[in-house]
Write a protein that binds this ligand. Structure first.
Ligand SMILES: [Zn+2]
Length: 62
């Protein structure tokens, strides 16, 4: 489904949306969306956050 009012080019439905690692909210076309990726034990790890506040709350936790 395409939302003609959306400025976001990605077609992300609520089911496919990433979930904030801090508060658990689905992140759908959030302009404040933060993504952190790193490699641990040869595996790419990814965390999504709905904004900087959740990112900072997550802090240095693994
Ligand atoms: Zn959040």
């Amino acid at each position: 489904m395409v939302d003609p009012t959306s400025e976001h080019v990605e077609d992300v439905s609520e089911e496919d949306a990433p979930v904030c690692s801090t508060c658990g909210d689905a992140i759908i076309n959030e302009s404040t969306h933060r993504v952190v990726t790193w490699v641990q034990d040869s595996t790419a790890e990814t965390r999504h956050f709905c904004d900087d506040v959740c990112h900072e709350d997550w802090g240095g936790r693994p």
